[in-house]
Design a protein around this ligand. Structure first.
Ligand code: SF4
Length: 212
C-alpha cells in the first residue's frame, strides 16, 4: 500500500513538473511573441499592420511552416486565417489532429508588400524562427511550399519533387507539402495537395519506429 502511495506521489510530482515545464514554455513563447510584435529590424516592420507570430499548441507534435503572412493574416495578426488557412484547416481535420497536437507559423513574421517573399528580410527574421522551433520542439516539421522548404532544408530538391514524402532535414524529420494557396489556384495542384495530405495521414498512422 505504501509503495502504491509512493508511486502515486511520484506520479503526481512528475505530472506537476511536466505542468510547470509546459507553463514555462508557454510563458517563454509569449515573451518571444511580444518581442516579435515590437520588432522593427527590417523594413517590413514599418509596412505591416500586425506581426504574425504563431497559432496552436505550446507543446505541438507537428509544426506547419508557411513562408509569409498574406493580407488576411496581416489584418488579423494570426497565421493562415484566409482562404489558404481554410484549406490548411480542412487538411488538419483530415489528418485528425487535435488542437493540442499542432502549431502553425511562418518563416517571415511580417507581410511583404505585394506578397513578394523578401529573402533579405527572411535572413534578418530567421533567428525568430529558430527560437520558436527551439521552444516548441516538434517531432515533425511540415514546410508548406518552396520558400518554407528552402528555409528548413536548404539542399532539398524542388518542392514538386519532394512534396508528399518524408525526409530527414537538419532540424529533424520533415514532410513537405505544396503551399495551400497554390492548391487554390490550380486544379492540378489541388489534386497534388489532396494526395500529399493523404500520404501524410498514412505516414502518421505508422508505428513510430518505421517513421523514417
Ligand atoms: S519581418 Fe521579422 S525582422 Fe522584419 S520587422 Fe518583422 S519580425 Fe522583425
Amino acid at each position: 500500500m505504501r509503495t502504491g502511495r509512493r508511486a502515486v506521489a511520484r506520479g503526481a510530482r512528475a505530472a506537476a513538473a511536466r505542468g510547470t515545464r509546459t507553463a514555462d514554455r508557454a510563458a517563454e513563447l509569449e515573451r518571444l511573441a511580444e518581442e516579435i510584435r515590437a520588432c522593427r529590424r527590417c523594413p517590413l516592420g514599418s509596412s505591416r499592420e500586425h506581426a504574425v507570430v504563431y497559432r496552436g499548441s505550446s507543446t505541438p507534435s507537428i509544426v506547419f511552416v508557411g513562408e509569409a503572412p498574406g493580407a488576411a493574416e496581416d489584418r488579423a495578426g494570426v497565421p493562415f486565417v484566409g482562404r489558404a488557412g481554410r484549406q490548411l484547416d480542412a487538411a488538419l481535420a483530415r489528418l485528425g489532429l487535435g488542437s493540442a497536437e499542432f502549431g502553425v507559423l511562418n518563416v517571415l513574421k511580417c507581410r511583404p508588400p505585394g506578397n513578394r517573399f523578401d529573402p533579405a528580410a527572411a535572413r534578418t527574421c530567421r533567428p525568430y524562427l529558430d527560437r520558436q522551433l527551439a521552444l516548441l520542439r516538434p517531432r515533425l516539421l511540415v514546410p508548406l511550399g518552396a520558400k518554407a522548404l528552402a528555409a528548413l532544408v536548404p539542399d532539398a530538391p524542388p518542392i514538386l519533387q519532394c512534396a508528399g514524402a518524408p525526409r530527414l532535414g537538419p532540424l529533424g524529420p520533415v514532410f513537405p507539402l505544396v503551399h495551400p494557396a497554390a492548391a487554390l489556384r490550380s486544379r492540378r495542384l489541388k489534386e497534388r495537395w489532396d494526395s500529399d495530405v493523404a500520404a501524410l495521414r498514412r505516414w502518421l498512422a505508422r508505428p513510430p519506429l518505421q517513421m523514417l
